[in-house]
Design a protein around this ligand. Structure first.
Ligand code: ZN
Ligand code: ZN
Ligand code: FE
Length: 751
């Protein structure tokens, strides 16, 4: 007889690990116990040596799908002869973040059950188990048990209660366990009907728009192959040209509409089940209106039993876009759905399980091997990011676009789900409630509050209204860089390339094309794009032609610049040209900007991209799409100058105008422009490194969602002997900025 103590760390709590250990030990006839501790799971097993060896092997190999085993440490104990195997209830509670897991996509076992006509959960759209189902989105408070979730309203039937209590059952302690007898039910247009899913499938086939209540909120759905249905939805939703995500029946269907790489396939089928943006397959039959002027498509697989059952009956590809108006938070209550989505949708499919925490779909862009997180929400939140910090607890309130916030405490950062653009009282209210919910759920009371330097951001004003906390203002582009450092555990100084739309510079100008010499607590601005006027602030963002005019005037002077603009920017009226050029000349409401995002906008406008940006980043995304059409082998970058800390954009604009005047194809110019940005960025980094800078280069900011640019940068920097780093799970856009803010604030107050 041998007795062994086995200590397991990693993600082993709240994922069905103890019942798994129990089942494995009893199957092998071992005695002993398993218990949760703050440091992980501690197992004692006693029995014959060969059985213990098998136990150790299968502990790793057969672990539950959501478990991620970190370390396993063993030591021998004296055998005690105690009979049987027990799960010991924990005295000391583990970390709260270990116990409120993210929502998990439907598992294979549950999928089998709902398709099995002999099973008591056959066709039941709320089936779940220890390995799958709603979590974060149904939690109202701590500790995480059924009474603290929106499942408290449903009393378990005897069968479900038996499964819940039985350690051998795969639903042991699955808090949201439910069945057709006792669990939530569907409602179609406010009535319970037995065949709601079949009816909705038929409506969708008929080209109708249906609002569907999902896991973290409502979706608006329609047949993705019906141009009319897609057009109707787009018009009613008032969404401009922003691409719609689609949900397809299975991987096979995904491959019909998109180029699905191995990385993409793995993500599509993962427990997180995000929307994966991939290169679109031309002529796949999807309506043009799904992603106007783009060459990509965002696809997800059914991730709840309701979606699974629906997609088995409905058209094989459905638009599944967040149920909201423009950039408002996703609709999650039935009342709001009636009010706000009623006018958009022909029908509403709801259910009586409340959503406690609204949570949008997560979005990841995949191009070949390149994985670019775009939005981190359902499936990922509130999983914490391990961060090496010692300082006081911090709340970072994020920025304006794509807001998220972040709670930081010893050893970990907890990022919120995507909140949205923080520009109305309604979103700010939602933001404030979400902050309180997180503070309560994860038992963090922040001493320090980090915010952006922009005095006009609602997040900044909200932070400044707090009492009894220490405020730390963090520069926008520094926050982007440190966010990458924090996620990857980079402790040494880096070269930080921070390219985005705009962010507040400490000199009061609009930054956005910055190369910083940075560490976790500070930075120096080493290089930046030549500053040009940003005429009319936001107006220049909506009308990218104005940004082109600004660059033309900066390059050619007022008269010649205007003359070129008349020829090259037919979408700008004469009156607009006159007004904006005078505005630039007099410097009225024209903050200087070094924005890389706006530089992309300007070039996009010159190449004939959309005259109106109907969503953030649209012109730049169209420019990337144009470059995709280029089919040559080698490209030489346009000439540029990097001198005295300034990357001069004028030679590039001059060369592009010459190309346009010589009738060079737009695809070639677009591709050459991307090559040029990659080349001068690499040059700037190399210069900095040659002057004694570090070899590590961090690539951050919303512009890094451009797969073409990012891929080329990674190549060039590696060829130059530098070490480029990018985010893994946290978005490089403003949705990931709060992590960097939190760490900068922690560094500057904690040590
Ligand atoms: Zn399951
Ligand atoms: Zn039941
Ligand atoms: Fe930014």
């Amino acid at each position: 007889m041998t007795r062994l103590e086995i200590r397991v760390t990693g993600t082993v709590q709240g994922v069905g690990f103890r019942p798994f250990v129990y089942r494995l030990a009893t199957e092998l006839g071992l005695a002993g116990s398993v218990r949760n501790t703050p440091a992980g799971v501690v197992i004692e097993v006693e029995g014959e040596e060969e059985h213990i060896e098998e136990f150790q092997r299968r502990l790793r190999e057969d672990a539950p799908p959501l478990a991620r085993i970190g370390s396993v440490a063993t030591r021998e104990l004296e055998p005690t002869g105690e009979p049987g195997f027990r799960i010991i209830e924990s005295q000391a509670a583990p970390r709260p973040t270990a116990l409120t897991p993210p929502d998990v996509a439907l598992c294979a076992d549950c999928q089998r059950e709902i398709g099995d006509s002999q099973d008591r959960r056959h066709g039941y759209p709320f089936t779940n188990c220890t390995n799958c189902g709603p979590r974060f989105s149904i939690v109202r408070g701590i500790p995480y048990d059924r009474q603290q979730t929106t499942m408290a309203a449903f009393e378990m039937c005897e069968d479900c209660a038996r499964e819940y209590r039985e350690p051998r059952d795969r639903r042991f302690h699955a808090e949201p366990v439910a069945c057709p007898k006792c669990g939530p039910r569907l409602r179609l247009d406010e009535r319970e009907v037995p065949d709601a899913i079949e009816q909705v499938a038929e409506m969708l086939t008929d080209g109708k728009v249906v609002a569907i209540k999902g896991l973290g909120g409502y979706h608006l759905a329609c047949d993705a192959r019906s141009a009319d249905a897609v057009e109707t939805l787009r018009t009613r939703k008032g969404r401009g040209q922003k691409p719609f995500a689609i949900m397809v029946r299975d991987l096979e269907e995904a491959r019909r509409v998109a180029e699905v790489s191995d990385r993409a396939a793995a993500l599509l089928s993962s427990p997180e089940s995000p929307v994966v943006i991939m290169p679109a397959v031309p002529g796949s039959g999807l309506a043009e209106g799904i992603a106007p002027r783009q060459r990509t498509v965002g696809v997800m697989l059914p991730y709840t039993p309701l979606h699974r059952l629906l997609l088995d009956r409905a058209p094989p590809a459905l638009v599944m876009t967040s149920g909201n108006l423009a950039e408002e938070p996703i609709v999650h209550t039935d009342e709001e759905a009636k009010q706000k989505l009623g006018p958009i949708a022909d029908h509403i499919l709801a259910h009586n399980r409340e959503i406690a925490v609204p949570c949008d779909d997560s979005v990841v862009r995949v191009d070949g091997d390149l994985v670019i997180p775009v939005r981190r929400a359902r499936g990922y939140v509130p999983r914490s990011v391990p961060v090496d910090v010692e300082g006081p607890p911090v709340l970072a309130v994020g920025g304006y676009h794509k807001n998220t916030f972040c709670l930081l405490r010893k050893g970990e950062a907890i990022l919120s789900q995507h909140i949205g653009d923080l520009d109305t009282a309604e979103v700010l209210d939602y933001f404030g409630r979400a902050v309180r919910h997180f503070e309560q759920l994860f038992e963090v009371t922040p001493d320090v509050v980090a915010h952006d330097l922009h005095p006009g951001y609602l997040s900044t004003q909200w932070a400044k209204s707090l009492e009894g906390v220490r405020l730390v203002g963090v520069q926008h582009h520094h926050a982007h860089v440190v966010s990458v450092m924090a996620e990857l555990g980079l402790m040494e100084p880096v070269i930080g390339v921070s390219y985005d739309g705009t962010g507040y510079g400490p000199d009061g100008t609009a930054w956005g094309g910055e190369v910083l010499a940075a560490d976790r607590s500070g930075y120096e601005r080493a290089f930046h794009l030549l500053q040009v006027p940003l005429p009319g602030g936001e107006a220049a963002i909506e009308r990218p032609g104005r940004m082109a005019l600004s660059h033309l005037i900066a390059t050619f002077g007022r008269e010649e610049g205007l003359a070129k603009a008349r020829r090259l920017l037919p979408d700008l009226t004469d009156a607009e040209l006159r007004v904006v050029s005078r505005q630039i000349e007099r410097g009225v409401n024209c903050p200087p900007t070094s924005s890389m995002g706006r530089f992309f906008d300007a070039i996009a406008a010159l190449l004939g991209a959309t005259p109106e940006a109907t969503y953030e980043g649209q012109p730049a995304m169209e420019l990337e799409a144009m470059a995709t059409a280029w089919a040559g082998d080698t490209l030489l970058p346009y000439g540029y100058e990097v001198e005295n800390g300034v990357i001069d954009t004028r030679p590039i604009v001059r060369a592009i105008v010459a190309d346009l005047e010589h009738g060079v194809e737009r695809a070639t110019i677009a591709a050459c422009f991307h090559e040029t940005v990659a080349a001068f960025t690499c040059d700037a980094c190399r210069l900095l490194h040659d002057q004694g800078g570090p070899p590590d280069v961090v690539l951050a900011g919303g512009v890094m969602q451009n797969a073409r640019l990012l891929a080329r940068l990674l190549e060039l920097l590696s060829e130059a002997g530098l070490h480029p780093h990018i985010h893994k799970e946290v978005p490089p856009n403003d949705g990931g900025m709060s992590l960097g803010q939190a760490v900068v604030a922690s560094e500057s107050t904690g040590r």
